[in-house]
Design a protein around this ligand. Structure first.
Ligand code: AMP
Length: 283
């Protein structure tokens, strides 16, 4: 595995792949890797000749300075895990590499209503920060396909929109959520939970799964009330939002007939840690 710590090293590695006519799969991450990330690597190695991962904790997508400061960083184990899973190239840039002009007055993207709901509403500037770094990484890696987790459901919609707006020649492949054995969606932030919070956090996905079943016999509003009340009844958990939306425009639906594919998205504060999850409701 080639480890590139700056853009020049990455250019060289990518040039070599391109010269050999190899297809490139790309998995952007912020590190602290777990089986969810590795599922994306595996998908990429299965579908592409060369797999490139990036590890970069992107400061401009953090709206909460404490979240940025406490974000787990485990570079050595990440690199070992990538190597074991047949990643070919890993890009580990410094902040100065990604933002040579500094982090003020950066470009501004407009994603319309996609960025005014859910994560967009509760994390101002977050998706603009995501779009900035993803665009820069896509320009550097020149991949054929990029693999993103459905856990960050709204992020997938934003990245698809970015690709369309900027006419980037890349295919975005959404991949299923990988969960712990008790159902908790894997997340780098899970390691920040106390033992007690970790146990209670399982109620997030358990409630979403119960809501999936309930949807067959109850209205959208009833399911919304159930999810919010059930999660809030768990002492360590506090719902920031739960919404039931169509999977294209991410707008709230009023009835199960409003869209072909409907998704329930939740953000929950578990002590000092903010977690997100979602489930698909079939109409
Ligand atoms: P992050 O390092 O959190 O920015 O995540 C990097 C990529 O891994 C994103 O596309 C995430 O959606 C994806 N990812 C994170 N957690 C999971 C998970 N539990 N299952 C599947 N993909 C995930």
């Amino acid at each position: 595995m080639i480890i590139c710590t700056n853009k020049n090293a990455l250019f060289q590695a990518i040039d070599k792949c391109k010269a050999q006519g190899k297809t490139i799969g790309f998995v952007p991450t912020m590190g602290a890797l777990h089986a969810g990330h590795i599922s994306l690597i595996n998908r990429s190695t299965a579908e592409c000749d060369t797999t490139v991962a990036s590890i970069f904790v992107n400061p401009v997508q953090f709206n909460n300075p404490n979240d940025l400061q406490t974000y787990p960083r485990t570079l050595e184990t990440d690199l070992a895990l990538l190597e074991t899973n047949n990643c070919d190239i890993v890009f580990v840039p410094q902040v100065e590499d990604m933002y040579p002009e500094g982090m003020q007055n950066l470009e501004h993207y407009n994603f319309g209503t996609l960025e005014t709901v859910m994560e967009g509403a509760f994390r101002p500037g977050h998706f603009n920060g995501v779009a900035i770094v993803v665009k820069r990484l896509f320009d550097l890696v020149q991949a054929d396909k990029a693999f993103f987790g459905d856990k960050d459901f709204q992020q997938v919609a934003i990245v698809k929109q970015l690709v369309q707006q900027c006419t980037i020649p890349i295919q975005i492949i959404p991949c299923p959520i990988v969960r712990e054995s008790d159902g908790l969606a894997m997340s780098s932030r899970n390691v920040r939970l106390t033992a007690d919070e970790r146990i209670q956090a399982a109620q997030i996905s358990q409630t979403l799964f119960a809501a999936q079943k309930m949807a067959k016999t109850h209205s959208v509003q009833e399911v919304k009330n159930f999810v919010i009340q059930t999660i809030n009844a768990v002492p360590a958990l506090e719902v920031e939002y739960f919404d039931i939306v169509d999977d294209t425009y991410l707008q709230s639906v009023q009835s199960w007939d409003d869209a072909e594919r409907i998704v329930g998205c939740v953000a929950v504060n578990v002590g000092a840690v903010r977690l997100i999850d979602n489930v698909v409701f079939l109409s």
